[in-house]
Design a protein around this ligand. Structure first.
Ligand code: SF4
Length: 415
């Protein structure tokens, strides 16, 4: 029997209980608990994507997994599966509020100050239980980081918690990045983060994001939050790189990171990766905001085998792969707002040797990237179909310097 669901066809953050319409059907975003899917859960999601959707799976920038191409009957089937896998929330409001990113090597990496997963779990539980916070803006999010080898502390979240020595630093998002405003013990860090979110609700009326607060609003918020915290006594370590491939972590712990080109996995690719990860000794699969998956391998040999096998099924294990410098939204034919096949074109552009960051977008909405890129190509709407508007050092919403046919893009790269 299908679980009850509120199905809406539009919205910023689609969930399993509240999907969103796209050009290739409904999209349902599945949120892992504490940043990880067990192998059985990941295998079940791959099978469900194939059976109920069109087999396309997106890894999102909020470290979730998105199943595409669902019809109404398929949605109901997927909801049943997600419920059986223990991944469903109590209601659509609780689901929408559960925007929590967790460092992908939490509890594995000996370089972390401590295992922050209990903090993340407490945050999940308390967020679900407090209905007053379910009115937070739909993209309002939290992150929990252990300060280890693969850190997410440089990612944007409205409220950040980061392990530093024996305490957790608390950070608030500003237009210029995270401002670390104080610290607290791990035992009460989740409570402090949610108290900060409550203060934000009061200051903002539940609209916008932290970074949108004006100077007066941020000062009010910052002062209120600081009063709940202790000062930060030591300097926070610099957030580390987004490593891929075999990661020798120390104390005989070994990780493997693999990225999906443009964040897109096919169901069969995920199923095969899950099987290979299990063979390598992994027990779960962790998601990251840069759309790479991480697992722990049993030993170095198993890790190298897994990395090679992942490369063999089209995943990226080299952190210098040029595809990683390119963001491309699904484009045509998945999205009806686009006249260009963005990802097909982006693969071709990757081979042309552009050294900077490149954003290929089907339209000016710019779903794949909000930050500026060195070169932005936006599919033309009407008129020169198959062409791109060219923007340098900007976003999709900036003025284009010219329009160019996709076949002539190489001229932009000086080749
Ligand atoms: S940027 Fe435009 S074309 Fe690309 S996925 Fe978003 S709405 Fe569709």
């Amino acid at each position: 029997m299908s679980i009850s669901a509120v199905v809406e066809v539009k919205g910023w953050c689609p969930g399993v209980l509240r999907p969103m319409q796209s050009g290739d059907g409904l999209i349902a975003r599945v949120r892992p608990w504490c940043g990880a899917f067990g192998l059985t859960q990941a295998e079940g999601l791959a099978a469900a994507a194939e059976r109920f959707g069109n087999g396309h799976i997106d890894l999102t920038r909020r470290a979730n997994l998105q199943i595409r191409g669902l019809g109404n009957a398929g949605l109901s089937g997927l909801q049943d599966v997600v419920e059986r896998l223990g991944l469903v929330d109590r209601d659509p409001q609780a689901e929408a509020a559960r925007n929590i990113m967790v460092a992908p090597l939490a509890g594995i990496d000996p370089a972390e100050s401590f295992d922050v997963r209990p903090v993340a779990r407490a945050l999940e539980r308390r967020l679900a239980a407090d209905a007053t916070l379910h009115d937070l803006p739909s993209k309002f999010g939290f992150l929990v980081d252990g300060g280890g080898t693969v850190s997410i502390a440089g990612e944007r979240a409205d409220i950040s918690l980061r392990a530093a020595g024996s305490v957790m630093a608390v950070g608030l998002d500003t237009r210029n990045g995270t401002e670390w405003v104080g610290s607290t013990s791990p035992e009460v860090a989740a409570e402090a983060a949610l108290a900060a979110a409550s203060v934000f609700m009061g200051v903002s009326g539940g609209r916008g994001r932290l970074r949108d607060l004006g100077a007066k609003g941020f000062a009010l918020l910052g002062d209120a939050v600081r009063r709940m915290l202790d000062p930060i006594v030591s300097e926070l370590p610099i957030a580390s790189r987004k490593s891929l491939g075999v990661l020798v972590l120390g104390a005989q712990r070994i990780g493997v990171g693999v990225a999906a080109p443009f964040g897109r996995l096919e169901a069969d690719q995920l199923r095969r990766f899950v099987a290979m990860a299990g063979d390598a000794g992994a027990t779960d699969i962790r998601l990251s905001p840069w759309r790479a998956l991480y697992v722990e391998a049993g030993d170095v040999a198993a890790a190298h085998c897994l990395a090679e096998a992942a490369r063999g099924i089209g995943l990226i294990v080299d952190p210098d792969d040029p595809i990683l410098r390119i963001e491309a939204c699904p484009g045509a034919p998945s999205c009806r707002s686009s006249s260009v096949d963005t990802r097909r074109d982006a693969r071709r552009f990757a081979a042309l040797g552009f050294e900077g960051t490149l954003h290929v977008s089907g339209c000016a909405k710019g779903c794949a990237r909000s930050a500026p890129a060195d070169l932005v190509l936006v599919g033309v709407q009407g008129g020169q179909k198959g062409g791109y508007d060219v923007i340098r050092n900007g976003t999709t919403r900036d003025a284009a310097e010219r329009t160019i046919d996709a076949a002539d893009i190489g001229a932009l790269f000086d080749v």
